[in-house]
Design a protein around this ligand. Structure first.
Ligand code: NAD
Ligand code: DAU
Length: 352
């Protein structure tokens, strides 16, 4: 089977590409990625010489390019992860999110339909999405697959839009589609704009830890390799037309997570207990900041037998170890344009 994975040079995509290349030598895996600031071929360096791995550089929103890639390679399955993925950036530059997340998804759907229309048998368009499409929870309750959509940021609305497009191509044209909506991922190779790698990097460099608002927002954290395992399972065993929620049943208030991270970092860096916590700085809140996300992953557990393989403490410890052992990776991705983003995002926040 020839499988197109979009966004395979990003965080989750790189773990998925590695898993698919290693576990399915009989498949040809094509990683198509624009290599934005978030895409990095270093993330998948270990698979680049494998005979069943191929890299294609390009933009999913470029209709003619996607058409010519489908004609050239004859993809039979698509696992679509390419996206603009950071909420704070969506507040700074929303239109980039509409272009990649909505127009890009529509282009892929349309070209898949054009290519597969004579025979949908054995074909699959699998769209990887987020729990943020469901909006924000109060103290109680969980997102289930039937929770009505209520996205509230440019990022989550563009992902919600992309989910609707996928379902529309499924209902209207019969395109075989699947969707999964996952909670917050963490692990190796995550770009240090997201909470956990940003804070690890700042602790290493003794920089302030910018906690938005009062630090009381809640997220449900899942180790990225458990997400990749869930995607593999849904791709192979999930039912066409269905949606699956994926989450860790692992809710943390931001400030509690940050304190645990600080404690683990002090131990690993052999710094005096409490020294990283002194870096905590409360800053202006994110605009429209969703309060709580929490996934009910009962469906994927019951129907496909998936569950997370590590506890949060284990996953976080492995994650910190990876960043400490790969400081060169962190230094490489935080040089250059990262500095300009950091200034725009955080310096103004601390001195409004
Ligand atoms: P990421 O930002 O780390 O990676 C995104 C990748 O997409 C990058 O390699 C980038 O170069 C590529 N890309 C961006 N625009 C492109 C375009 N126009 N054409 C081709 N490639 C393009 O993102 P991530 O955190 O790995 O997320 C991957 C997917 O999973 C996204 O669809 C995201 O919405 C979804 N998701 C993420 C999380 C999370 O916690 N990170 C949770 C649930 C769902
Ligand atoms: O829920 C899934 C989503 O999780 C994914 O779809 C997104 O792609 C991914 O970015 C993530 O979104 P969040 O906004 O929840 O993740 P982020 O790491 O940006 O922030 C986590 C929490 O930490 C959130 O409440 C905001 C807060 N935060 C974040 C940053 C970057 C801070 O307090 N300070 C920060 O500097």
């Amino acid at each position: 089977m020839k499988i197109l994975i979009t966004g395979g040079a990003g965080f989750i995509g790189s773990h998925l590409v590695r898993r698919m290349v290693d576990n399915y030598p009989e498949y040809q895996i094509y990683n198509l990625d624009k290599l934005t600031y978030a895409g990095n071929l270093e993330n998948i360096k270990d698979v680049e010489n494998k005979p069943n791995y191929h890299f294609i550089k390009g933009d999913i929103a470029d209709l003619e390019f996607i058409r010519s890639s489908f004609s050239q390679y004859g993809f039979e399955g698509v696992i679509h992860l390419a996206a603009e993925s950071h909420v704070d950036r969506s507040i700074l530059d929303p239109l980039a999110f509409v272009t990649t997340n909505m127009v890009g998804t529509a282009v892929l759907l349309q070209v898949a339909k054009e290519n597969w229309k004579d025979d949908f048998d054995g074909k699959l368009f699998y769209h990887v999405s987020t729990d943020e499409v469901y909006g924000s929870l109060g103290d109680e309750g969980f997102f289930v697959e039937e929770t009505p959509y209520d996205p509230r940021s440019p990022y989550s609305s563009s992902k919600a839009g992309s989910d609707h497009l996928v379902r529309a191509w499924g209902h209207t044209y019969g395109l075989p589609v699947k969707i999964s909506n996952c909670s917050n991922n963490y692990g190796a190779y995550q770009f240090p704009e997201k909470l956990i790698p940003l804070f690890i990097n700042n602790i290493v460099n003794r920089k302030p830890l910018p906690v938005y608002g009062r630090g009381v927002n809640v997220r449900d954290w899942l180790w990225v390799e458990d997400h990749a395992a869930a995607i593999d399972l849904i791709f192979h065993k999930g039912t066409i037309g269905e949606t699956y929620n994926i989450g860790g049943h692992n809710e943390w208030k931001n400030i509690d997570l940050i304190k645990l991270l600080c404690q683990q970092m002090d131990k690993k860096l052999q710094r005096p207990e409490g020294s990283s916590e002194q870096l905590i700085t409360y800053v202006k809140d994110r605009a429209g900041h969703d309060m709580r996300y929490a996934i009910d992953a009962g469906k994927i557990k019951k129907e496909l037998g998936w569950s997370p393989s590590v506890t949060f403490e284990q996953g976080l410890s492995k994650t910190i170890d990876w960043y400490l052992e790969n400081r060169q990776w962190l230094d490489n991705v935080t040089s250059g344009v990262y500095q300009a983003y950091y200034k725009e995002q955080y310096i103004k926040r601390q001195n409004p």
